[in-house]
Ligand binder design. Structure first.
Ligand SMILES: O=C(O)COP(=O)(O)O
Ligand SMILES: [Mg+2]
Length: 224
């Protein structure tokens, strides 16, 4: 294989099993991929960094829906956490609950945006977001309260530049609306069958397989 494209891979819903957790079958093809692999996720910064570390691949990550990234010994920051913090305080003052319990590991190491459980008061969250010029993204795993001008795709432009590629040189796999901004910029995009309507509509290719089954199929097609 000589011309496998660089990859942008979402994590939840894409590298995972339907019942949750990373599908270990993705480790080898990702580790052996002959071009750069960027993990692009809504998770807080340390999560994809750790995943790369334990997969023994370069720590090339876009985290927090494009709020922060690491590539080539450089940290790139886009989001402004203070704006989100003010909105979270308003949400909580109006009776909203982020929903992660007393020890909130989901947000503990976030630097730019905030994640809220899917069973939180969505109408209140959207109302507060609008009042603070923020938006709510539903990844299927959490609501994310973030700046509208922050996305995985926008951060991919900066990461791709550091890696010496055009964003269009990349192929991407992703399952939800937070991957649409990536799909809009890459040359080839794939959505596993569990993807939400927005990801399915934006993807070039809809895969028959769900979760990592679909992703493994996409990776095999890209190397065929
Ligand atoms: O944790 C989430 O809400 C979504 O994460 P993902 O972007 O890796 O799918
Ligand atoms: Mg996902």
């Amino acid at each position: 294989m000589t011309d496998a494209p660089p990859l942008v891979l979402d994590i939840d819903g894409t590298l995972t099993r339907p019942e949750g957790g990373i599908d270990p079958r993705v480790f080898e093809p990702v580790r052996e991929w002959p071009a750069p692999v960027v993990l692009a996720t809504g998770k807080a910064f340390p999560y994809p960094v750790s995943l790369c570390t334990f997969m023994a691949i370069e720590e090339r990550v876009i985290a927090e829906n494009g709020g922060i990234a690491h590539v080539n010994d450089e940290v790139l920051v886009h989001g402004d956490r203070e704006r989100t913090t003010a909105a979270v305080e308003a949400f909580q003052a109006a009776g909203g609950d982020l929903g992660w319990g007393d020890v909130d590991l989901v947000n503990r190491w976030r630097e730019t945006e905030v994640a809220v459980t899917l069973d939180a008061d969505e109408a209140l969250l959207r109302e507060v977001a609008a009042e603070h010029d923020l938006e709510v993204v539903d990844t299927g795993y959490a609501f994310h309260l973030k700046q509208p001008d922050m996305s995985k795709g926008l951060m991919l432009e900066r990461v791709a530049d550091r890696l010496g590629y055009e964003p269009a040189a990349f192929a991407a796999v992703g399952d939800s609306e937070n991957d649409v901004s990536t799909f809009e910029r890459v040359g080839r995009s794939f959505a596993p069958s569990n993807a939400d309507d927005r990801a399915l509509a934006a993807a070039d290719v809809t895969l028959d397989g769900a979760h990592a089954d679909g992703t493994l199929d996409a990776l095999a097609r890209l190397r065929a």
